[in-house]
Design a protein around this ligand. Structure first.
Ligand SMILES: NC(=O)N[C@@H](CC(=O)O)C(=O)O
Ligand SMILES: [Zn+2]
Ligand SMILES: [Zn+2]
Length: 348
C-alpha cells in the first residue's frame, strides 16, 4: 500500500462559526490539523482583542477530549479599529493577523472597510510591529463583473496599498486567478497567498453546468479552467509563498439551497484526502508537506508541527458522509466529483 508521512498540517484560513455550528464542525478540523487561522466574520464580528479572547475560549471549550488544537485568532478590521488594541493583542500573542473584508464582499462583511484611508492608522501600526494583514481580495463595486473582482482588487486596492506601505506583510487569501498568482510571484517580498482545496478541484462549470449547484458556490467564485490550472501549478511548485487555507465555510443546507444561497464550501472533513489526490495527479506528492505543513508556518513566523500524520492510499474509495449533522442543521460536504482513495490514518 502506498503511503506518505508529513508533518501535521495547519489550516491558514478557516471558518468555525459559533455555538451549535462550532460544536458540530470543530472535530473535522482538530482531528487532522494542529492549528488554524480562525476567521472573525461572526455576527457580530470579532473586532476587539477582548472579543477574540472570548471567542478563543469558546473554541477551546468546544474541542473534543483528547484533541490538541491551537486556534490562531484574527481581528475583523473596521474603520474604527484601534491601533493600540491591535498592538496589545499582537504583543500578548493572542492575535496572529488582522482581516480586511471590503464592505459587502462576502458573508457577514457589511461592517468591513469602505474607505481604506480610515484604516491607514491601524495598517501603519501593523507594518511597524510586523503583524500580517489577511485580505479578502475582491472589489465590491457593482460595475465590476464578479469574475473580475479579484484582478481589479489587485490593481485598484492591493497594489496601491503595498506601494504606500511596503513594510506591511499581506496574505492574499483564497487566491482564485492566474492574475493573483502572477502578482504574488512578481512581488519583491511581504506578500504570500493561501489557496483553498476546492479551487484546486473545481472551475466555474461546477456551479452552472447541468443545473445550478449551490454547494459549489463560494466567494471568491471559482473561475475559468486556466485559472484553476495556475492555482494548481502554484500549489504544487513548493514555492514558499503559497500554502493551504481551506476556507472551509459551513452554512446549513437551507441557507444554501434557496433563492439567494450563501457563499461557502465545507471541506474540513475531506481536505487532506482531496489534496493528496490533487498532488498525486500532478506528480507532486513530495510537495504536499510544503503546501500543507511548512510554508504557512514559515510565513506566519511559527515552527512547523513536530507531530506527523500518515496518508495511506486505499484500494477501495474512501467514503465521506454527503452531509454532516450539526446542532444548527445539516451541512453538505464538498464532493470533489471523483473517488477519493487517500485517507488520513487515524491516530493510535
Ligand atoms: N468563502 C466563502 O464563500 N464564504 C466565507 C467568507 C469568505 O471567506 O469570503 C463565509 O464566511 O461563508
Ligand atoms: Zn473571503
Ligand atoms: Zn473565508
Amino acid at each position: 500500500m502506498q503511503s506518505i508521512t508529513i508533518r501535521r498540517p495547519d489550516d491558514w484560513h478557516l471558518h468555525l462559526r459559533d455555538g451549535a455550528m462550532l460544536e458540530g464542525v470543530i472535530a473535522d478540523t482538530s482531528r487532522t490539523f494542529a492549528r488554524a487561522i480562525i476567521m472573525p466574520n461572526l455576527v457580530p464580528p470579532v473586532v476587539t482583542t477582548s472579543d477574540a479572547a472570548a471567542y478563543r475560549e469558546r473554541i477551546l471549550k468546544a474541542l473534543p477530549d483528547g484533541h490538541r488544537f491551537q486556534p490562531l485568532m484574527t481581528l475583523y478590521l473596521t474603520e474604527h479599529t484601534s491601533p493600540d488594541d491591535v498592538e496589545a493583542g499582537a504583543e500578548s500573542g493572542l492575535i496572529t493577523a488582522v482581516k480586511l473584508y471590503p464592505a459587502g464582499a462576502t458573508t457577514n462583511s457589511h461592517g468591513g472597510v469602505r474607505d481604506m484611508e480610515k484604516a491607514m492608522p491601524v495598517l501603519e501600526r501593523m507594518a511597524k510591529i510586523g503583524l500580517p494583514l489577511c485580505v479578502h481580495g475582491e472589489v465590491t463595486t457593482p460595475d465590476v463583473d464578479i469574475f473580475d473582482r479579484e484582478a481589479v482588487f489587485i490593481d485598484t486596492v492591493l497594489d496601491p496599498l503595498r506601494r504606500r506601505l511596503p513594510e506591511l506583510k499581506v496574505t492574499m487569501e483564497h487566491v482564485t486567478t492566474a492574475d493573483g498568482i502572477d502578482y504574488i510571484k512578481a512581488a519583491k517580498g511581504n506578500l504570500a497567498g493561501s489557496i483553498t482545496t476546492h479551487h484546486l478541484i473545481i472551475n466555474r462549470n461546477a456551479i452552472l453546468v447541468g443545473g445550478i449547484r449551490p454547494h459549489y458556490y463560494c466567494l471568491p467564485v471559482a473561475k475559468r479552467e486556466n485559472h484553476r490550472l495556475a492555482l494548481r501549478a502554484a500549489a504544487v511548485s513548493g514555492d514558499p509563498r503559497f500554502f493551504l487555507g481551506t476556507d472551509s465555510a459551513p452554512h446549513v443546507d437551507p441557507l444554501k439551497e434557496c433563492a439567494c444561497g450563501c457563499a461557502g464550501i465545507y471541506t474540513s472533513i475531506n481536505t487532506m484526502s482531496c489534496l493528496a489526490h490533487v498532488f498525486e495527479e500532478e506528480g507532486a506528492l513530495d510537495k504536499l508537506e510544503a503546501f500543507a505543513s511548512l510554508n504557512g508556518p514559515a510565513w506566519y513566523g511559527f515552527q512547523p508541527n513536530e507531530e506527523r500524520i500518515t496518508l495511506a492510499k486505499q484500494a477501495e474509495p474512501v467514503v465521506f458522509p454527503a452531509k454532516i449533522e450539526t446542532g444548527a442543521g445539516p451541512v453538505t460536504v464538498f464532493d470533489p466529483m471523483f473517488p477519493l482513495r487517500w485517507q488520513v490514518v487515524p491516530r493510535a
